[in-house]
Design a binder for this molecule. Structure first.
Ligand SMILES: Nc1ncnc2c1ncn2[C@@H]1O[C@H](COP(=O)(O)OP(=O)(O)OP(=O)(O)O)[C@@H](O)[C@H]1O
Length: 583
């Protein structure tokens, strides 16, 4: 009787009638009749593959079984008391791993819930595994949702498992031989099976990736390290090499994900990944998404870098220092060419412009393994010798503020460089190189090439620097109000990036809520010098007027604030210098 009603309902659905069935189930019924030529009146037994076929299926799915096993075991422990069975089917629908209570082995075998059963839709009709393979979505096929009469007692909830290239690899199914009537009784089964499938994908991605960066993502900081929602595997240039299914939502416009750069969709590049490692508090590892939202990120470094990616990763250390400022881009291009050689470098620029940071990036892009950083102020000859003795083999010797070197230590440094050709000096100075009072022979040994870092007020990527620094703050994504942003862009920043970072740190601490507004900003430091924001070593206070104007996109008010003068003074200077805005 019940069977007759079931057959009648399938007939109605085929004629386009609405019977209240889920659309996934109705669509599968239609395929069973129209595509596979099945008859709902027939009650076919479960289809079991031969021993040899099963061996082949299991062999091909070996990697998956290995990645899934511990996750499935723990899932089975959670549900075993409630008579659920777990079944891992390959992408063809053949059950390649199985967890069930031995007490019911015979019942389970009769129902096809066993190793080697084939649940593909064209053989078994509408069923959890089959419908999941066709739709590639999690499904519940409950009792008389099943097409064939043989399975109407079962309730099957299945979730797809994808490999790291985005291909359907398997289906995880959790089934009950006998279940309560309402389909909603299986909601818990649905969330268990989808979470388990996600963990299997994650385990597989991790197992494949010892030589690449993996970025794991979660919308809540609490679960980031223990149960992240999605993950991507990245090469040294930040391109996607693999991903778990949930990472697709990062690319909402669809299409190929492999090979896309992660910074297209997230506010992180490959150079930011070290900041997202476990040694930082979870709630500080915030990443902006393209739609203005935020996620929490956990980056896992490669265990052994991939040889072929080494070059790209090195380029990345330098490339990560600018958000598109043309002068910085030129400087970084030179730095990248010079990095692998042994020419001694002198990096000049105002305080806080990022000289030491550039020196470190050059070191990372070079060949020397060792890195020594010494502050020249108060550095004794003995301390210099001692520090360098500790470095055996080729090393970069970063000498910060070389202008502060005492005469005695300068002599010791000359001797040291004679004895240790494996040390590559990279020095920094806040002075114009022509004004550095060092013995000329030593100066020339240190300044094989001079790299000048532009002051912040001349950079066109101030907005980028601001956003980048703000990303490091707080669980909420901190934003700037338009007024606060305009104020920051207009300041002259004599302390350069260091001062900017400190101002943002103060503002982030003072602001209530996620938006930094004008009153949250600390006052400008040392800004009462009028037009005296003279770069060290420069005599003309208006030097750089044209660059400042360009950096401010010829916004007179902003340029005036950067010089610490009023707008009419700037206009007069522009007229006097004969400067014209670009056509
Ligand atoms: N390109 C950059 N992008 C983001 N932050 C930067 C960049 N360059 C420098 N910074 C940050 O600015 C601050 C100052 O950098 P750094 O110490 O390298 O400056 P410096 O020029 O060597 O300073 P000083 O001459 O006063 O010692 C640091 O917190 C650094 O991380």
């Amino acid at each position: 009787m019940q069977n007759a009603r079931h057959v009648e309902e399938i007939g109605q659905v085929l004629e386009g009638g609405q019977t209240g069935r889920d659309s996934v189930v109705s669509a599968s019924w239609r395929r069973c009749v129209e595509l596979y030529g099945m008859d709902p009146m027939r009650s076919d037994p479960a289809h079991i593959v031969t021993e040899t076929e099963l061996r082949d299926h299991r062999k091909q799915a070996e990697w998956l079984i290995a990645a899934a096993r511990s996750g499935l075991q723990s899932l089975f422990r959670q549900v075993a008391g409630q008579n659920y069975v777990l079944l891992l089917a390959d992408a063809k629908g053949v059950c390649v791993d199985f967890f069930g209570d031995e007490l019911f082995t015979e019942d389970l075998r009769r129902s096809g819930l066993y190793l080697g059963s084939n649940w593909s839709e064209n053989l078994a009709g509408t069923c959890g595994v089959g419908a999941c393979i066709v739709t590639e979505e999690p499904v519940t096929v409950h009792q008389d949702d099943h097409f064939g009469n043989a399975h109407v007692a079962l309730s099957c909830t299945a979730a797809p498992i994808f490999d790291s290239l985005g291909q359907l690899a398997a289906v995880l199914d959790i089934s009950l031989l006998r279940s309560p009537a309402p389909k909603t009784s299986q909601s818990l089964a649905m969330s268990l099976v989808t979470a388990a499938a996600r963990r299997v994908e994650m385990a597989n991605l991790m197992a494949e990736s010892p030589r690449d960066w993996v970025l794991r993502l979660s919308s809540s900081p609490e679960f980031l390290d223990v149960d992240p929602e999605a993950a991507v595997r990245l090469d040294g240039a930040g391109r996607v090499l693999g991903y778990t299914r949930a990472a697709r939502r990062l690319f909402p416009e669809g299409g190929t994900i492999l090979g896309r750069r992660i910074d297209e969709v997230l506010g992180v590049g490959v150079d930011d990944l070290p900041d997202l490692m476990r040694d930082r508090p979870t709630e500080e590892r915030v990443i902006e998404t393209r739609d203005g939202g935020a996620l929490f990120g956990h980056a896992i470094a490669p265990k052994a870098p991939r040889q072929t990616h080494q070059k790209m990763r090195q380029g990345g250390a330098l490339a990560g220092l600018t958000g598109g400022d043309p002068a910085m881009a030129r400087l970084l291009d030179q730095a990248e060419r010079l990095a692998p050689g042994s020419v001694p470098l002198l990096i000049s620029g105002e305080t806080g412009t990022g000289k030491a940071r550039l020196a470190r990036a050059i070191h990372m892009s070079g060949k020397a393994a060792g890195f020594l950083s010494l502050d020249c102020a108060g550095l004794s000859a003995g301390a210099l010798e001692e520090a360098c003795a500790a470095a055996s083999g080729p090393a970069t010797l970063l000498l910060r503020r070389i202008e502060d070197l005492s005469p005695g230590t300068a002599t010791a440094l000359s001797g040291l460089l004679d004895r240790r050709p494996d040390l590559r000096p990279v020095s920094t100075s806040c002075l114009d190189p022509a004004r550095i009072a060092l013995p000329r022979p030593l100066f020339h040994r240190l300044a094989g090439c001079v790299l000048s870092v532009p002051p912040l007020r001349l950079r066109r990527d101030m907005d980028w620097l601001i956003s980048r620094h703000l990303r490091r703050h707080g669980a909420d994504t901190i934003r700037l109000s338009p007024a606060a942003r305009a104020e920051l862009l207009g300041r002259s920043w004599p302390g350069n990036i260091r001062e900017l970072e400190q101002a943002l740190d103060v503002a982030a601490a003072l602001c209530v809520g996620p938006v930094i507004d004008l009153p949250d900003l600390p006052g400008p430091v040392g800004s009462d010098a009028g037009a005296g924001q003279t770069p060290p070593g420069s005599v003309d206070p208006w030097e750089g007027l044209e660059q400042v104007l360009a950096a401010c996109e010829w916004n007179m008010a902003r340029a005036a604030r950067r010089f610490g003068v009023n707008r009419s003074t700037i206009l007069r200077r522009i007229r006097a210098s004969g400067l014209q805005p670009p056509g």
